[in-house]
Design a protein around this ligand. Structure first.
Ligand SMILES: [Zn+2]
Length: 217
């Protein structure tokens, strides 16, 4: 936007207005309402009508939160328990949205904007798709921030992806992985990954269906 690449804390699922939105996992609704007063982000009415669900997955010490923004309808109330797959609302374009889509966000530990993580690694890839994540570092092991990374398909007509690593100071990575880039929805197949850090790096990677490929060149 305005020539800047600014971090977006969620992923967008473009769908027609009214498409049902389902709970990603079982939990309890902790927010269901209008974001016009702010509180969910640093800006008022960023998410429009939004639902936040708190989850306590087995084996996790911290709660997880999933956020569903820009809804046209909400079907749940604060305090209501929900099951995985339950319809909690419908796709809309309320709040700061250019068109109808679901904004989906994952927050770890507490329900704050600063606690959001890259949601791409929290989503199960669709059939025939796999995910890619990695950590690009300097020779001394420091994460390289805001580094452009090209992912070029070698045996499919899937469009090339132009990513960049997380910016410095962004706590977006999944703690157990410490990745600094990730993408969840690549068709299985071969890709060439390119980036420039101390010279041009080109490596071939394979994405397997239903699996995550982790790259640490
Ligand atoms: Zn969004």
């Amino acid at each position: 936007m305005n020539g800047e690449r600014e971090i977006h804390h969620g992923v967008e699922f473009e769908n027609p207005i009214g498409t049902p939105v389902l709970a990603a996992a079982a939990g309890t609704v902790v927010f269901a309402g209008d974001d016009s007063g702010g509180g969910l982000s640093p800006w008022p009415n960023f998410y429009g009508q939004a639902v936040v669900i708190e989850h306590h997955p087995a084996g996790w010490e911290q709660p997880l939160f999933t956020l569903y923004g820009h809804l046209s309808e909400m079907n749940v109330w604060e305090g209501e328990p929900v099951q995985v797959g339950q319809v909690i609302g419908a796709v809309g374009m309320s709040g700061s949205a250019d068109g109808p889509h679901l904004h989906f966000e994952v927050r770890v530990g507490e329900n704050t904007y600063a606690s959001s993580r890259n949601p791409e690694l929290w989503l199960t890839p669709r059939g025939g798709f796999g995910s890619l994540a990695g950590r690009l570092t300097t020779p001394t092991g420091e994460n390289i921030p805001a580094l452009p990374v090209n992912i070029l398909p070698l045996n499919s007509d899937f469009p090339p992806l132009y990513l960049q690593t997380y910016e410095a100071g962004e706590a977006l990575s999944t703690a157990s992985l410490e990745e600094n880039f990730a993408v969840w929805n690549l068709p299985a197949g071969r890709y060439r990954m390119e980036f420039i850090a101390n010279g041009l790096h080109r490596l071939e990677i394979t994405i397997h269906p239903g699996e995550r490929t982790f790259v640490t060149p």
